[in-house]
Write a protein that binds this ligand. Structure first.
Ligand code: HEM
Length: 124
């Protein structure tokens, strides 16, 4: 996933991607029905999403080395994800995106990526 010349990973940098993921999980804690799907300790979950996103955005493949092929839809079968849960998840992510300074084209690109990916995760 990239824009015209630079990858999203290069444009944003690891620190902003880390901050984005941190904000996302803060918002997850504000939504009891979403929060209860996640493990008690969110730190390892934060690390997994961070490594996945740097890979998807064009950075190092560390996620793949640690976790294998993402197979995200399959990994998400263990949680009931209906359109309402998808919306709750997306709201957390969009709020997190709005807290990170970035160019509008990058913002549009990542929002449309997350909308597509979240739709793909609906399994109810
Ligand atoms: C649509 C609503 C979604 C729900 C309710 C949901 C829920 C969850 C939960 C409960 C976990 C376990 C946390 C952990 O221990 O790592 C998880 C893991 C994960 N989710 Fe989601 N998720 C959703 C959408 C997405 C989307 C859109 C993406 C990617 C863009 C994503 C990427 C991931 C990744 C990379 C992991 C870690 C997988 C692993 O390596 O085991 N999720 N998700």
């Amino acid at each position: 996933m990239s824009n015209s010349s630079q990858t999203i990973y290069e444009s944003l940098g690891e620190e902003k991607i880390k901050t984005l993921v941190h904000h996302f999980y803060q918002h997850v804690t504000e939504s009891p029905e979403l929060r209860k799907l996640y493990p008690e300790d969110l730190a390892p979950a934060e690390e997994r999403l961070f490594l996945f996103l740097i890979q998807v955005f064009g950075g190092p493949q560390t996620y793949m080395e640690k976790r294998g092929h993402p197979m995200l839809r399959k990994r998400h079968f263990q949680w009931p994800i209906d359109t309402q849960m998808r919306n709750t998840w997306l709201n957390c992510m969009i709020k997190a995106i709005d807290r990170v300074e970035m160019d509008n084209n990058i913002k549009e690109g990542i929002i449309s990526y997350f909308v597509k990916a979240a739709n793909h995760m609906v399994n109810q």
